[in-house]
Design a protein around this ligand. Structure first.
Ligand SMILES: NC(=O)c1ccc[n+]([C@@H]2O[C@H](COP(=O)([O-])OP(=O)(O)OC[C@H]3O[C@@H](n4cnc5c(N)ncnc54)[C@H](OP(=O)(O)O)[C@@H]3O)[C@@H](O)[C@H]2O)c1
Length: 257
């Protein structure tokens, strides 16, 4: 598999959960890097002073809103699935697990499915904001950790599928496959972990790390000092090697167009 480098300048970017926390910082960083259009997906109305920002009403768990948002966006280069929830729960709490999966997994997948046709047209990128909790569960946040492990697995499957598709339909794609990036972030200083007394990185610095990773074409992006300590061993490690082996199996099979 290969992931191409890509600049943010001149691109159309959509960020879900864009009204606060990391999402808000991603909107500002995309504008700073010269994005021509930034679609800001939010559950409540948003006003932004920059005319390049187009607000979109977008609860990622609402299929009608997702569909309407996709109809409003003419062209898209980068979809950032940032919207997420993390609520205190116990492993025995099935409702909490379903709630986390509804937003963090099915929300991410629903939005991705709706915007994939636009991204395939531009040869763009899907950026899933995952978490280091996908790699090692945070025991006090079991449902959150499960949902992030699931969205990481989704990112791997989507990456392999899109790569295989671009190989099968080379003439159509002409080297313009869709990148899939998984952001393996450590603790970020937002409302989500406000109550935790642990070292955190500012959302602005994490947003810069994410776009640096997209611009460099990194499949897994480790955007902060805590997660960065894992980057080197991850890229040369057994799990990444296994992902490539698995992807090669998919690539060897003919794909129905
Ligand atoms: N903070 C961390 O330590 C950390 C670490 C690793 C990864 N992450 C990930 O980073 C992403 C952003 O989190 P954050 O730290 O910025 O958290 P945050 O400050 O709590 O913001 C969460 C954002 O997601 C939105 N959201 C929640 N449910 C939604 C839904 N159903 N539809 C649309 N938007 C929804 C929220 O909108 P409302 O304002 O309407 O609620 C808000 O904009 C999440 O995916 C999170 O899992 C965070």
């Amino acid at each position: 598999m290969s992931t191409k480098a890509m600049t943010i300048e001149g691109k159309a970017v959509l960020v879900t959960g864009a009204n606060r926390g990391l999402g808000q910082a991603l909107v500002e960083e995309a504008l700073r890097r010269g994005a021509t259009r930034v679609y800001a997906g939010t559950r409540r109305p948003l006003v932004h002073p920059d005319e390049r920002v187009t607000p979109l009403t977008l609860d990622v768990t609402d299929p009608n809103q997702v569909q309407r948002a996709a109809e409003k966006v003419g062209s898209l280069d980068i979809l950032i699935n940032n919207a997420g929830v993390s609520l205190p729960d116990a492993l025995s709490d099935r409702a909490a697990l379903e709630q986390h999966l509804a937003v963090n997994l099915f929300g991410t997948w629903g939005v991705t499915e709706a915007f994939l046709p636009l991204l395939m047209r531009t040869g763009g990128a899907v950026v899933n904001v995952v978490s280091v909790a996908a790699l090692a569960a945070v025991p006090v946040l079991p449902a959150y950790s499960i949902s992030k492990a699931a969205v990481f697995s989704l990112s791997q499957s989507l990456r392999a599928l899109l790569f295989s598709l671009s190989q099968s339909l080379r003439a159509l794609f002409a080297g313009r496959g869709v990148n899939v990036h998984a952001v393996m972030a450590g603790p970020i200083d937002t409302d989500m972990v406000r109550g935790l007394d642990i070292p955190k990185t500012s959302p602005e610095a994490v947003a810069r790390g994410i776009f640096d990773g997209v611009e460099r074409g990194e499949e897994e992006i480790f955007p902060d000092p805590m997660s960065e300590t894992m980057a080197e061993s991850w890229r040369t490690g057994a799990v990444k090697a296994l992902e490539r082996q698995n992807a090669a199996l998919v690539a060897a099979r003919p794909v129905a167009a």
